[in-house]
Ligand binder design. Structure first.
Ligand SMILES: Cc1cc2nc3c(=O)[nH]c(=O)nc-3n(C[C@H](O)[C@H](O)[C@H](O)COP(=O)(O)OP(=O)(O)OC[C@H]3O[C@@H](n4cnc5c(N)ncnc54)[C@H](O)[C@@H]3O)c2cc1C
Length: 399
């Protein structure tokens, strides 16, 4: 997903139509129109790719209350969001906000976010903290996934304004260079290397957590809305209960759930049970393309094959990347804070210490991101998993 756009689109799951509402998800703003008897779907694939599906009608608007066909009694709408990355966090934030605006005390909103990450929410906006092993125990910190984002659409700029106001995000004012000189025509994640660039304060991973914590806190005094975040929890199967028109989630938590647990350990600890609400959910939002693939994929949420097929057709393959984290004992004299390279191996490099909230790191910490082509060639040449045990190479759980 390009955070510069933070656009979110949906894939329509055609055969599930009993509950009749239409939820449109677009541009990071879950502008949701839930209309009785109007359509088709209650499982959604949200992803930031601009070209993933055509944009939804501009007049989409959120009205969770309309999910209920009853106009007299209070009803509860429950939504499960699979994925606690920036898309899932923004979806939860937007749903809660829209509920607060549009609620007429006739509907309650329950949002449950499920994320399988070993180190909490954040997804690919991931940061890694470690300490030096030379006895000084100095802190090392790296953003080893998403490095920065831009805000290029009015919708996302609106969200960003709030994040800046809350001090979740600040502008990253470093010395940026490219191998072609200052103003790069080399794109990084489809973004021109032209400021302003934004980063989450104290590491990219803090953004999703801050956003979700804020929603939890804002809904804690509101009896009509609730957000719960299930970390270390993998959704492995969606099951439609035709008698209640709800989706039940089956999955695992803990070691069996983490995406990098060796397969044999995951299998040995796999005790799949119903997770989240026992009675299920009215709608599911999938935020990771991988979770929308079929069973063969480790992150698969067990979506019906007809749905997985549509995602495959639209998205195609995902690209791999390598991130290398290096801490230097002595300050380097590298004359930039971040750079993109016109190189077949190295795509981007960034110095953690130049990012807001990480200036006081004692060691100079750098993350270097490879080109997708290099990562693909290397993986093809040297498999990353032991074919028999499923262990990942290198498997360094202590870092
Ligand atoms: C090395 C690297 C560098 C990047 N640099 C940039 C950059 O500088 N700028 C930029 O804009 N973008 C960058 N990107 C892309 C950016 O990080 C992603 O587009 C963005 O973080 C995606 O957010 P997301 O919430 O859509 O998905 P994700 O962050 O992938 O979140 C999805 C979450 O869902 C969870 N999940 C999946 N399946 C299941 C399941 N079945 N059950 C439970 N949980 C599940 C995953 O564990 C994950 O936590 C970079 C990506 C990488 C890998």
């Amino acid at each position: 997903m390009r955070l510069s756009i933070l656009s979110i689109y949906q894939v329509v799951l055609t055969h599930i139509t009993k509950k009749s509402f239409f939820m449109s998800v677009r541009y990071g703003i879950l502008s949701t129109s839930l209309q009785a008897n109007s359509s088709k779907t209650d499982v959604w694939m949200c992803d930031g790719r601009r070209d993933y599906l055509p944009p939804l009608p501009a007049n989409s608007s959120l009205n969770i209350n309309r999910m209920s066909s009853s106009t007299t009694k209070t009803t509860t709408v429950s939504i499960a969001i699979i994925g606690g990355g920036i898309t899932g966090a923004t979806a939860a934030q937007t749903l809660a906000k829209q509920h607060a605006i549009s609620s007429n005390n006739k509907s309650n909103l329950i949002i449950h976010v499920f994320d399988q990450g070993r180190r909490g929410v954040g997804g690919r906006t991931s940061s890694r903290t470690s300490t030096t092993s030379d006895g000084t125990q100095q802190q090392l910190k790296f953003d080893h996934g998403c490095q920065f984002f831009r805000a290029d659409t009015p919708q996302f700029q609106n969200i960003l304004k709030y994040w800046i106001h809350q001090d979740y995000v600040r502008e990253w004012k470093g010395n940026f260079q490219s191998s072609n000189g200052m103003s790069s025509d080399r794109e990084f994640f489809g973004m021109p290397s032209i400021p302003p660039f934004y980063v989450a304060v104290n590491g990219m991973q803090s953004l999703a957590k801050n956003v979700l914590d804020q929603v939890i806190s804002s809904t804690s005094n509101d009896k009509s809305a609730e957000l719960q975040v299930y970390t270390g929890t993998r959704v492995a199967q969606l099951q439609r209960d035709e008698s209640t028109n709800k989706w039940k989630l089956h999955g695992t938590s803990g070691v069996a759930a983490y995406h990098d647990t060796p397969e044999r350990i995951a299998q040995a600890n796999n005790t799949s049970t119903i997770i989240g609400q026992q009675q299920g959910y009215d709608a599911i939002i999938l935020t990771d393309v991988s979770s929308s693939f079929g069973k063969w994929h480790r992150a698969s949420a067990g979506v019906p094959e007809s749905f997985a097929k549509r995602v495959r057709e639209r998205v195609g393959a995902r690209v791999p990347l390598f991130s290398c984290m290096i801490a230097f004992d002595k300050e380097t004299s590298i004359p930039f804070d971040a750079a993109s390279f016109d190189d077949s191996i190295v795509w981007f490099a960034a110095k953690s210490n130049s990012k807001p909230g990480m200036e006081s790191l004692h060691k100079e910490c750098w993350t270097i991101v490879s080109t997708p082509d290099y990562a693909m060639d290397t993986i093809e040449e040297t498999p990353m998993q032991d074919a028999i045990t499923g262990d990942l190479y290198p498997n360094l759980p202590s870092i």
